[in-house]
Design a protein around this ligand. Structure first.
Ligand SMILES: C[S@@+](CC[C@H](N)C(=O)[O-])C[C@H]1O[C@@H](n2cnc3c(N)ncnc32)[C@H](O)[C@@H]1O
Length: 494
Protein backbone atom coordinates (compact mmCIF):
# COMPACT_ATOMS: atom_id res chain seq x y z
CA UNK A 1 0.00 0.00 0.00
CA UNK A 2 1.46 3.38 -0.98
CA UNK A 3 1.56 6.05 1.72
CA UNK A 4 0.33 9.54 0.98
CA UNK A 5 3.80 11.03 0.50
CA UNK A 6 4.79 8.33 -1.98
CA UNK A 7 1.54 8.82 -3.85
CA UNK A 8 2.13 12.55 -4.12
CA UNK A 9 5.65 11.93 -5.36
CA UNK A 10 4.29 9.51 -7.92
CA UNK A 11 1.82 12.14 -9.09
CA UNK A 12 4.60 14.72 -9.41
CA UNK A 13 6.67 12.24 -11.38
CA UNK A 14 3.73 11.48 -13.66
CA UNK A 15 3.31 15.20 -14.30
CA UNK A 16 6.99 15.47 -15.22
CA UNK A 17 6.54 12.46 -17.51
CA UNK A 18 3.55 14.14 -19.19
CA UNK A 19 5.52 17.32 -19.67
CA UNK A 20 8.41 15.44 -21.35
CA UNK A 21 5.93 13.43 -23.39
CA UNK A 22 4.17 16.52 -24.71
CA UNK A 23 7.42 18.25 -25.57
CA UNK A 24 9.56 15.40 -26.91
CA UNK A 25 7.20 12.49 -27.55
CA UNK A 26 8.89 10.07 -25.13
CA UNK A 27 6.30 8.03 -23.29
CA UNK A 28 6.57 6.91 -19.67
CA UNK A 29 4.23 4.41 -18.18
CA UNK A 30 4.61 1.84 -15.43
CA UNK A 31 8.21 0.62 -15.27
CA UNK A 32 9.47 3.43 -17.47
CA UNK A 33 8.25 5.78 -14.78
CA UNK A 34 10.90 4.24 -12.52
CA UNK A 35 13.57 5.04 -15.11
CA UNK A 36 12.22 8.56 -15.30
CA UNK A 37 12.30 8.68 -11.49
CA UNK A 38 16.01 7.79 -11.44
CA UNK A 39 16.86 10.42 -14.06
CA UNK A 40 14.82 13.08 -12.30
CA UNK A 41 16.46 12.22 -8.98
CA UNK A 42 19.87 12.84 -10.55
CA UNK A 43 18.75 16.16 -11.96
CA UNK A 44 17.17 17.19 -8.63
CA UNK A 45 20.52 16.52 -6.93
CA UNK A 46 22.37 18.48 -9.64
CA UNK A 47 19.98 21.36 -8.93
CA UNK A 48 20.79 21.67 -5.24
CA UNK A 49 18.57 18.77 -4.09
CA UNK A 50 15.34 20.48 -5.08
CA UNK A 51 11.96 18.80 -4.56
CA UNK A 52 9.97 17.23 -7.36
CA UNK A 53 7.51 20.11 -7.25
CA UNK A 54 10.35 22.63 -7.58
CA UNK A 55 11.85 20.57 -10.37
CA UNK A 56 8.65 20.90 -12.39
CA UNK A 57 9.22 24.65 -12.45
CA UNK A 58 12.86 24.20 -13.44
CA UNK A 59 11.78 21.93 -16.26
CA UNK A 60 10.07 24.84 -17.97
CA UNK A 61 13.57 25.99 -18.93
CA UNK A 62 14.78 24.40 -22.16
CA UNK A 63 18.34 23.86 -20.86
CA UNK A 64 17.01 21.79 -17.98
CA UNK A 65 14.64 19.72 -20.10
CA UNK A 66 17.54 18.94 -22.46
CA UNK A 67 19.68 17.83 -19.51
CA UNK A 68 16.92 15.44 -18.53
CA UNK A 69 16.49 14.20 -22.10
CA UNK A 70 20.18 13.35 -22.21
CA UNK A 71 19.63 10.96 -19.34
CA UNK A 72 16.51 9.44 -20.88
CA UNK A 73 17.31 9.05 -24.56
CA UNK A 74 18.49 5.67 -25.86
CA UNK A 75 21.41 6.20 -28.25
CA UNK A 76 21.99 2.65 -29.44
CA UNK A 77 23.21 2.80 -33.07
CA UNK A 78 25.98 1.61 -35.38
CA UNK A 79 27.18 1.91 -38.96
CA UNK A 80 25.03 0.16 -41.58
CA UNK A 81 22.46 -1.00 -39.07
CA UNK A 82 19.96 -3.11 -41.09
CA UNK A 83 22.37 -3.07 -44.02
CA UNK A 84 19.77 -4.38 -46.50
CA UNK A 85 17.95 -1.04 -46.30
CA UNK A 86 21.03 0.79 -47.57
CA UNK A 87 21.25 -1.64 -50.51
CA UNK A 88 17.61 -1.02 -51.38
CA UNK A 89 18.18 2.72 -51.14
CA UNK A 90 21.15 2.53 -53.52
CA UNK A 91 19.64 0.08 -55.99
CA UNK A 92 15.93 0.90 -56.12
CA UNK A 93 15.08 4.16 -54.43
CA UNK A 94 17.87 6.16 -56.03
CA UNK A 95 16.95 4.92 -59.46
CA UNK A 96 13.37 6.07 -59.10
CA UNK A 97 14.31 9.43 -57.61
CA UNK A 98 16.88 10.03 -60.35
CA UNK A 99 14.22 9.35 -63.02
CA UNK A 100 11.80 11.91 -61.62
CA UNK A 101 14.24 14.50 -60.53
CA UNK A 102 15.41 17.65 -62.14
CA UNK A 103 17.23 19.19 -59.19
CA UNK A 104 20.86 18.06 -59.20
CA UNK A 105 21.14 18.05 -55.39
CA UNK A 106 19.50 15.18 -53.50
CA UNK A 107 18.75 15.64 -49.82
CA UNK A 108 18.75 12.95 -47.14
CA UNK A 109 17.61 13.17 -43.54
CA UNK A 110 18.55 10.98 -40.60
CA UNK A 111 15.80 11.84 -38.10
CA UNK A 112 16.91 10.85 -34.60
CA UNK A 113 20.49 10.36 -35.79
CA UNK A 114 21.97 9.77 -32.32
CA UNK A 115 25.80 9.91 -32.58
CA UNK A 116 25.83 10.07 -36.37
CA UNK A 117 26.50 6.51 -37.55
CA UNK A 118 23.28 6.37 -39.60
CA UNK A 119 23.87 9.71 -41.36
CA UNK A 120 27.47 8.80 -42.23
CA UNK A 121 26.33 5.36 -43.45
CA UNK A 122 23.94 7.06 -45.88
CA UNK A 123 26.81 9.17 -47.23
CA UNK A 124 29.11 6.15 -47.53
CA UNK A 125 26.41 4.19 -49.36
CA UNK A 126 25.89 7.02 -51.86
CA UNK A 127 29.45 8.09 -52.52
CA UNK A 128 30.34 5.41 -55.03
CA UNK A 129 27.16 5.54 -57.15
CA UNK A 130 27.93 6.47 -60.74
CA UNK A 131 27.84 10.17 -61.54
CA UNK A 132 27.97 11.42 -57.97
CA UNK A 133 29.79 14.72 -57.73
CA UNK A 134 29.66 15.17 -61.50
CA UNK A 135 26.05 14.75 -62.73
CA UNK A 136 24.37 14.97 -59.36
CA UNK A 137 25.28 15.54 -55.75
CA UNK A 138 23.80 15.01 -52.31
CA UNK A 139 23.77 16.24 -48.75
CA UNK A 140 22.83 14.38 -45.58
CA UNK A 141 21.33 16.14 -42.56
CA UNK A 142 21.35 14.39 -39.20
CA UNK A 143 19.07 15.76 -36.47
CA UNK A 144 18.67 14.71 -32.88
CA UNK A 145 17.16 16.26 -29.79
CA UNK A 146 20.22 15.48 -27.68
CA UNK A 147 22.96 18.11 -28.06
CA UNK A 148 25.61 15.78 -26.57
CA UNK A 149 24.86 13.13 -29.21
CA UNK A 150 25.06 15.78 -31.94
CA UNK A 151 28.46 16.96 -30.65
CA UNK A 152 29.76 13.39 -30.87
CA UNK A 153 28.33 13.04 -34.38
CA UNK A 154 30.08 16.22 -35.47
CA UNK A 155 33.39 14.92 -34.11
CA UNK A 156 33.02 11.71 -36.11
CA UNK A 157 35.28 9.75 -33.77
CA UNK A 158 34.11 6.18 -33.10
CA UNK A 159 35.03 3.07 -31.13
CA UNK A 160 34.95 -0.53 -32.41
CA UNK A 161 31.36 -1.15 -31.22
CA UNK A 162 30.07 1.29 -33.84
CA UNK A 163 31.49 -0.94 -36.57
CA UNK A 164 29.81 -4.17 -35.57
CA UNK A 165 27.52 -4.05 -38.62
CA UNK A 166 30.10 -3.28 -41.30
CA UNK A 167 33.19 -4.82 -42.81
CA UNK A 168 36.81 -4.03 -41.92
CA UNK A 169 37.35 -3.08 -45.58
CA UNK A 170 34.73 -0.36 -45.33
CA UNK A 171 36.23 0.89 -42.08
CA UNK A 172 39.71 1.16 -43.59
CA UNK A 173 38.29 2.89 -46.64
CA UNK A 174 36.43 5.67 -44.87
CA UNK A 175 38.12 6.05 -41.47
CA UNK A 176 41.56 6.95 -40.14
CA UNK A 177 42.73 5.03 -37.07
CA UNK A 178 43.42 7.15 -34.01
CA UNK A 179 45.32 5.33 -31.28
CA UNK A 180 44.58 1.65 -30.74
CA UNK A 181 40.78 1.54 -30.94
CA UNK A 182 39.36 4.82 -32.20
CA UNK A 183 38.56 5.70 -35.81
CA UNK A 184 37.90 9.13 -37.29
CA UNK A 185 35.72 9.58 -40.35
CA UNK A 186 37.39 10.92 -43.52
CA UNK A 187 36.81 14.50 -44.60
CA UNK A 188 35.26 13.34 -47.93
CA UNK A 189 32.36 11.84 -45.99
CA UNK A 190 32.27 14.48 -43.30
CA UNK A 191 31.78 17.32 -45.75
CA UNK A 192 28.66 15.63 -47.12
CA UNK A 193 26.96 15.45 -43.73
CA UNK A 194 25.79 18.15 -41.36
CA UNK A 195 24.26 17.74 -37.92
CA UNK A 196 21.74 19.93 -36.11
CA UNK A 197 20.06 19.77 -32.73
CA UNK A 198 16.34 19.49 -33.39
CA UNK A 199 13.36 18.22 -31.46
CA UNK A 200 11.21 16.36 -33.98
CA UNK A 201 8.15 17.55 -32.03
CA UNK A 202 9.02 21.25 -32.54
CA UNK A 203 5.82 23.00 -33.65
CA UNK A 204 7.60 24.48 -36.71
CA UNK A 205 10.41 22.96 -38.68
CA UNK A 206 13.17 25.15 -40.15
CA UNK A 207 13.28 25.83 -43.90
CA UNK A 208 16.31 23.60 -44.43
CA UNK A 209 14.23 20.64 -43.40
CA UNK A 210 11.90 20.90 -46.39
CA UNK A 211 12.04 18.98 -49.70
CA UNK A 212 13.91 15.95 -48.49
CA UNK A 213 14.33 13.04 -50.90
CA UNK A 214 14.92 10.21 -48.44
CA UNK A 215 14.20 10.14 -44.72
CA UNK A 216 15.70 7.56 -42.39
CA UNK A 217 13.55 7.53 -39.27
CA UNK A 218 14.60 4.34 -37.60
CA UNK A 219 14.46 3.11 -34.02
CA UNK A 220 13.09 6.43 -32.81
CA UNK A 221 9.30 6.01 -32.87
CA UNK A 222 9.37 3.00 -30.53
CA UNK A 223 9.77 5.38 -27.60
CA UNK A 224 6.70 7.46 -28.53
CA UNK A 225 3.03 6.93 -27.82
CA UNK A 226 0.94 5.51 -30.65
CA UNK A 227 -0.76 8.81 -31.33
CA UNK A 228 2.49 10.78 -31.38
CA UNK A 229 4.07 8.14 -33.58
CA UNK A 230 1.33 8.62 -36.14
CA UNK A 231 1.53 12.41 -35.97
CA UNK A 232 5.28 12.46 -36.41
CA UNK A 233 5.20 9.96 -39.22
CA UNK A 234 2.79 12.24 -41.07
CA UNK A 235 4.92 15.31 -40.44
CA UNK A 236 8.04 13.58 -41.72
CA UNK A 237 6.15 12.30 -44.75
CA UNK A 238 5.12 15.90 -45.39
CA UNK A 239 8.78 16.90 -45.65
CA UNK A 240 9.36 14.64 -48.63
CA UNK A 241 9.81 15.95 -52.14
CA UNK A 242 7.86 14.13 -54.86
CA UNK A 243 9.09 10.53 -55.31
CA UNK A 244 10.57 10.79 -51.81
CA UNK A 245 10.94 7.73 -49.59
CA UNK A 246 11.04 7.02 -45.90
CA UNK A 247 12.71 4.14 -44.10
CA UNK A 248 11.75 2.94 -40.64
CA UNK A 249 13.36 0.00 -38.88
CA UNK A 250 12.11 -3.48 -39.64
CA UNK A 251 10.38 -3.74 -36.26
CA UNK A 252 8.58 -0.43 -36.75
CA UNK A 253 7.21 -1.07 -40.24
CA UNK A 254 3.77 -2.15 -39.19
CA UNK A 255 3.19 0.72 -36.82
CA UNK A 256 2.56 3.23 -39.54
CA UNK A 257 -0.11 3.99 -42.04
CA UNK A 258 -0.97 7.19 -43.77
CA UNK A 259 -2.83 8.34 -46.78
CA UNK A 260 0.20 10.24 -48.03
CA UNK A 261 2.47 7.23 -48.25
CA UNK A 262 2.43 3.75 -49.72
CA UNK A 263 4.25 0.79 -48.27
CA UNK A 264 6.65 -0.77 -50.75
CA UNK A 265 8.22 -4.19 -50.37
CA UNK A 266 11.54 -4.84 -52.05
CA UNK A 267 12.99 -8.25 -51.21
CA UNK A 268 13.12 -8.45 -47.43
CA UNK A 269 12.95 -4.69 -47.00
CA UNK A 270 9.90 -2.51 -46.55
CA UNK A 271 9.93 1.22 -47.02
CA UNK A 272 7.41 3.98 -47.54
CA UNK A 273 7.11 5.99 -50.71
CA UNK A 274 5.31 9.25 -51.22
CA UNK A 275 2.14 8.69 -53.17
CA UNK A 276 1.86 10.52 -56.42
CA UNK A 277 0.23 13.75 -55.17
CA UNK A 278 -1.28 14.48 -58.58
CA UNK A 279 -3.50 11.44 -58.17
CA UNK A 280 -5.12 12.80 -55.00
CA UNK A 281 -8.16 15.05 -55.22
CA UNK A 282 -7.86 18.33 -53.24
CA UNK A 283 -10.30 17.00 -50.63
CA UNK A 284 -8.31 13.79 -50.24
CA UNK A 285 -5.09 15.72 -50.09
CA UNK A 286 -6.44 17.80 -47.22
CA UNK A 287 -7.56 14.67 -45.47
CA UNK A 288 -4.20 13.05 -46.02
CA UNK A 289 -2.46 15.83 -44.16
CA UNK A 290 -4.41 15.07 -41.01
CA UNK A 291 -2.81 12.64 -38.56
CA UNK A 292 -4.56 9.30 -38.83
CA UNK A 293 -3.18 6.54 -36.61
CA UNK A 294 -3.84 3.15 -38.18
CA UNK A 295 -2.21 -0.22 -38.57
CA UNK A 296 -0.87 -1.63 -41.79
CA UNK A 297 -0.09 -5.20 -42.66
CA UNK A 298 1.87 -5.91 -45.84
CA UNK A 299 0.18 -8.69 -47.80
CA UNK A 300 2.47 -9.92 -50.51
CA UNK A 301 6.24 -10.00 -50.72
CA UNK A 302 6.52 -8.55 -54.23
CA UNK A 303 6.80 -4.85 -55.03
CA UNK A 304 3.26 -4.02 -53.97
CA UNK A 305 1.11 -1.65 -52.02
CA UNK A 306 -1.61 -2.99 -49.75
CA UNK A 307 -3.60 -1.40 -46.99
CA UNK A 308 -5.66 -2.67 -44.14
CA UNK A 309 -6.55 0.33 -42.05
CA UNK A 310 -8.20 0.21 -38.66
CA UNK A 311 -8.97 3.15 -36.41
CA UNK A 312 -6.93 3.16 -33.23
CA UNK A 313 -9.64 3.90 -30.70
CA UNK A 314 -11.33 0.49 -30.34
CA UNK A 315 -7.92 -1.00 -29.60
CA UNK A 316 -7.00 1.46 -26.98
CA UNK A 317 -8.79 -0.10 -24.04
CA UNK A 318 -7.26 -3.49 -24.79
CA UNK A 319 -3.82 -1.91 -25.24
CA UNK A 320 -3.99 -0.27 -21.82
CA UNK A 321 -4.95 -3.58 -20.22
CA UNK A 322 -2.07 -5.26 -22.03
CA UNK A 323 0.45 -2.75 -20.73
CA UNK A 324 -0.83 -3.32 -17.21
CA UNK A 325 -0.44 -7.06 -17.60
CA UNK A 326 2.98 -6.59 -19.17
CA UNK A 327 3.96 -4.70 -16.06
CA UNK A 328 2.91 -7.65 -13.91
CA UNK A 329 4.30 -10.53 -15.96
CA UNK A 330 6.04 -9.54 -19.18
CA UNK A 331 6.92 -13.04 -20.38
CA UNK A 332 3.39 -14.43 -19.97
CA UNK A 333 1.88 -11.39 -21.69
CA UNK A 334 4.17 -11.57 -24.68
CA UNK A 335 3.64 -15.31 -25.04
CA UNK A 336 -0.09 -14.71 -25.00
CA UNK A 337 0.26 -12.13 -27.79
CA UNK A 338 2.35 -14.56 -29.82
CA UNK A 339 -0.26 -17.25 -29.34
CA UNK A 340 -2.79 -14.80 -30.85
CA UNK A 341 -0.31 -14.08 -33.68
CA UNK A 342 -0.12 -10.40 -32.66
CA UNK A 343 3.50 -10.12 -33.68
CA UNK A 344 3.89 -6.38 -34.01
CA UNK A 345 2.29 -5.81 -30.62
CA UNK A 346 4.52 -8.47 -29.10
CA UNK A 347 7.58 -6.74 -30.51
CA UNK A 348 6.43 -3.37 -29.18
CA UNK A 349 5.93 -4.94 -25.73
CA UNK A 350 9.32 -6.60 -25.89
CA UNK A 351 10.91 -3.24 -26.73
CA UNK A 352 9.28 -1.74 -23.67
CA UNK A 353 10.43 -4.65 -21.56
CA UNK A 354 13.99 -4.26 -22.86
CA UNK A 355 14.00 -0.53 -22.24
CA UNK A 356 12.91 -1.20 -18.64
CA UNK A 357 15.25 -4.13 -18.09
CA UNK A 358 18.17 -3.72 -20.48
CA UNK A 359 19.94 -6.76 -19.01
CA UNK A 360 17.06 -9.21 -19.33
CA UNK A 361 18.41 -11.73 -21.86
CA UNK A 362 15.07 -13.52 -22.08
CA UNK A 363 13.43 -10.42 -23.59
CA UNK A 364 16.15 -10.18 -26.25
CA UNK A 365 16.07 -13.84 -27.22
CA UNK A 366 12.30 -13.85 -27.37
CA UNK A 367 12.39 -10.81 -29.63
CA UNK A 368 15.06 -12.51 -31.76
CA UNK A 369 12.75 -15.51 -32.06
CA UNK A 370 9.86 -13.33 -33.25
CA UNK A 371 12.11 -11.54 -35.73
CA UNK A 372 13.38 -14.82 -37.05
CA UNK A 373 9.82 -15.94 -37.68
CA UNK A 374 9.37 -12.80 -39.71
CA UNK A 375 12.54 -13.45 -41.69
CA UNK A 376 14.37 -10.46 -40.15
CA UNK A 377 17.48 -12.57 -39.90
CA UNK A 378 20.15 -9.90 -39.43
CA UNK A 379 18.21 -8.13 -36.72
CA UNK A 380 17.62 -11.41 -34.90
CA UNK A 381 21.31 -12.28 -35.10
CA UNK A 382 22.27 -8.89 -33.84
CA UNK A 383 20.08 -9.36 -30.77
CA UNK A 384 21.61 -12.78 -30.09
CA UNK A 385 25.11 -11.32 -30.25
CA UNK A 386 24.04 -8.63 -27.80
CA UNK A 387 22.81 -11.39 -25.48
CA UNK A 388 26.09 -13.28 -25.78
CA UNK A 389 27.98 -10.18 -24.68
CA UNK A 390 25.86 -10.28 -21.51
CA UNK A 391 25.90 -14.05 -21.07
CA UNK A 392 28.38 -16.07 -23.07
CA UNK A 393 26.64 -19.32 -22.05
CA UNK A 394 23.15 -18.37 -23.23
CA UNK A 395 21.83 -21.54 -24.87
CA UNK A 396 18.86 -19.78 -26.46
CA UNK A 397 21.15 -17.30 -28.22
CA UNK A 398 23.24 -20.11 -29.78
CA UNK A 399 20.15 -22.01 -30.84
CA UNK A 400 18.60 -18.94 -32.44
CA UNK A 401 21.88 -18.05 -34.17
CA UNK A 402 22.00 -21.60 -35.53
CA UNK A 403 18.41 -21.31 -36.75
CA UNK A 404 19.19 -17.95 -38.37
CA UNK A 405 22.17 -19.41 -40.26
CA UNK A 406 20.07 -22.42 -41.25
CA UNK A 407 17.31 -20.18 -42.65
CA UNK A 408 19.93 -18.15 -44.51
CA UNK A 409 21.24 -21.38 -46.06
CA UNK A 410 24.62 -21.08 -44.31
CA UNK A 411 25.00 -24.74 -43.50
CA UNK A 412 28.54 -24.76 -42.08
CA UNK A 413 27.89 -21.70 -39.92
CA UNK A 414 24.66 -23.24 -38.63
CA UNK A 415 26.51 -26.43 -37.69
CA UNK A 416 29.13 -24.47 -35.76
CA UNK A 417 26.45 -22.56 -33.89
CA UNK A 418 24.45 -25.66 -32.96
CA UNK A 419 27.69 -27.30 -31.80
CA UNK A 420 28.18 -24.35 -29.46
CA UNK A 421 24.63 -24.89 -28.18
CA UNK A 422 25.51 -28.55 -27.51
CA UNK A 423 28.69 -27.43 -25.78
CA UNK A 424 26.64 -25.19 -23.46
CA UNK A 425 23.97 -27.83 -22.90
CA UNK A 426 24.86 -31.38 -24.06
CA UNK A 427 21.29 -32.61 -23.44
CA UNK A 428 19.65 -30.01 -25.67
CA UNK A 429 17.89 -32.34 -28.09
CA UNK A 430 16.77 -29.51 -30.36
CA UNK A 431 20.38 -28.60 -31.15
CA UNK A 432 21.15 -32.27 -31.86
CA UNK A 433 18.06 -32.51 -34.03
CA UNK A 434 19.08 -29.50 -36.14
CA UNK A 435 22.62 -30.90 -36.40
CA UNK A 436 21.20 -34.19 -37.63
CA UNK A 437 19.14 -32.39 -40.29
CA UNK A 438 22.12 -30.34 -41.45
CA UNK A 439 24.44 -33.36 -41.68
CA UNK A 440 21.73 -35.19 -43.57
CA UNK A 441 21.49 -32.26 -45.97
CA UNK A 442 25.24 -32.46 -46.52
CA UNK A 443 24.95 -36.20 -47.08
CA UNK A 444 27.19 -36.87 -44.09
CA UNK A 445 25.01 -39.80 -43.12
CA UNK A 446 27.18 -41.23 -40.34
CA UNK A 447 27.13 -37.92 -38.45
CA UNK A 448 23.42 -37.47 -39.14
CA UNK A 449 22.68 -40.97 -37.80
CA UNK A 450 24.70 -40.30 -34.62
CA UNK A 451 22.82 -37.04 -33.97
CA UNK A 452 19.37 -38.60 -34.54
CA UNK A 453 20.36 -41.38 -32.13
CA UNK A 454 21.32 -38.80 -29.50
CA UNK A 455 17.93 -37.10 -29.95
CA UNK A 456 16.14 -40.44 -29.51
CA UNK A 457 18.16 -41.27 -26.39
CA UNK A 458 17.38 -37.89 -24.78
CA UNK A 459 13.71 -38.07 -25.69
CA UNK A 460 13.33 -41.66 -24.50
CA UNK A 461 14.77 -40.63 -21.16
CA UNK A 462 11.98 -38.06 -20.94
CA UNK A 463 13.95 -34.98 -21.94
CA UNK A 464 11.21 -33.63 -24.17
CA UNK A 465 10.80 -30.25 -22.49
CA UNK A 466 14.54 -29.61 -22.24
CA UNK A 467 14.88 -28.36 -25.76
CA UNK A 468 16.45 -25.06 -24.73
CA UNK A 469 14.00 -22.47 -25.96
CA UNK A 470 11.86 -22.07 -22.89
CA UNK A 471 9.39 -19.81 -24.72
CA UNK A 472 9.15 -22.08 -27.72
CA UNK A 473 6.05 -24.24 -27.67
CA UNK A 474 6.37 -27.38 -29.76
CA UNK A 475 3.25 -28.61 -31.44
CA UNK A 476 4.59 -32.17 -31.68
CA UNK A 477 4.18 -35.24 -29.51
CA UNK A 478 7.12 -37.05 -27.94
CA UNK A 479 6.25 -40.30 -29.71
CA UNK A 480 6.00 -38.58 -33.09
CA UNK A 481 9.44 -37.05 -32.67
CA UNK A 482 11.04 -40.38 -31.77
CA UNK A 483 9.26 -42.00 -34.71
CA UNK A 484 10.50 -39.24 -37.00
CA UNK A 485 14.11 -39.78 -35.89
CA UNK A 486 13.80 -43.55 -36.41
CA UNK A 487 12.33 -42.97 -39.86
CA UNK A 488 15.21 -40.63 -40.78
CA UNK A 489 17.80 -43.12 -39.52
CA UNK A 490 16.22 -45.87 -41.65
CA UNK A 491 16.62 -43.70 -44.72
CA UNK A 492 20.32 -43.02 -44.11
CA UNK A 493 23.09 -45.07 -45.73
CA UNK A 494 25.08 -47.39 -43.48
C1 LIG B 1 18.01 4.44 -30.71
S1 LIG B 1 18.56 5.95 -31.40
C2 LIG B 1 18.38 5.61 -33.12
C3 LIG B 1 19.59 6.01 -33.91
C4 LIG B 1 19.53 5.68 -35.39
N1 LIG B 1 18.37 6.29 -36.00
C5 LIG B 1 19.56 4.19 -35.64
O1 LIG B 1 18.53 3.63 -36.02
O2 LIG B 1 20.59 3.57 -35.47
C6 LIG B 1 17.18 7.03 -31.01
C7 LIG B 1 17.54 8.51 -31.09
O3 LIG B 1 16.33 9.26 -31.19
C8 LIG B 1 16.53 10.49 -30.52
N2 LIG B 1 15.25 11.13 -30.20
C9 LIG B 1 14.33 10.72 -29.29
N3 LIG B 1 13.32 11.61 -29.24
C10 LIG B 1 13.60 12.58 -30.14
C11 LIG B 1 12.94 13.78 -30.54
N4 LIG B 1 11.78 14.14 -29.99
N5 LIG B 1 13.52 14.54 -31.49
C12 LIG B 1 14.70 14.17 -32.05
N6 LIG B 1 15.38 13.07 -31.69
C13 LIG B 1 14.83 12.28 -30.75
C14 LIG B 1 17.33 10.08 -29.29
O4 LIG B 1 18.03 11.18 -28.73
C15 LIG B 1 18.27 9.00 -29.85
O5 LIG B 1 19.51 9.52 -30.18
Amino acid sequence: MLNQETMLQRLDLERIGQCINQRYGLEFCHRQLDLLGEAVEKRCKANGSCTLAQYQDLLQREEESLQLIQLLAVHETYFFREAAQFDVMRQHVMQRIAQEKERPLLRFLSAGCSTGEEAYSIAMALLDIAGVGAEWDFEVIGVDVDPAAIRKAQLGNYGPYSFRGCSMALRSRYFKPLGSDRFVINETIKEKVRFEVLNLFEPDYPEWLKKIDVVFYRNVSIYFSKLQRAQLFNRLSGLLASAGCLFVSCTETLYHDTQQMELVNSGDVFYYRKKDATKLSPAKEKEALRARPCRTRPKRPEESVKWISKPLLPERHEAVKRIERLHADPLATVLEMLKDKQYDEAIASLDRWISCEPLCTKAYTLKANVLLNRQCIEEAEELCHTVLVMDVFCLEAYLLLGMAAKIAGKCEEAIQRFKKAVYVSPECWLAHFFLAQLYQLRKEDAYARREYQVVMRILEQGGFAEHGLSFFLLAVQLDDLIRLCRHQIDGLRE
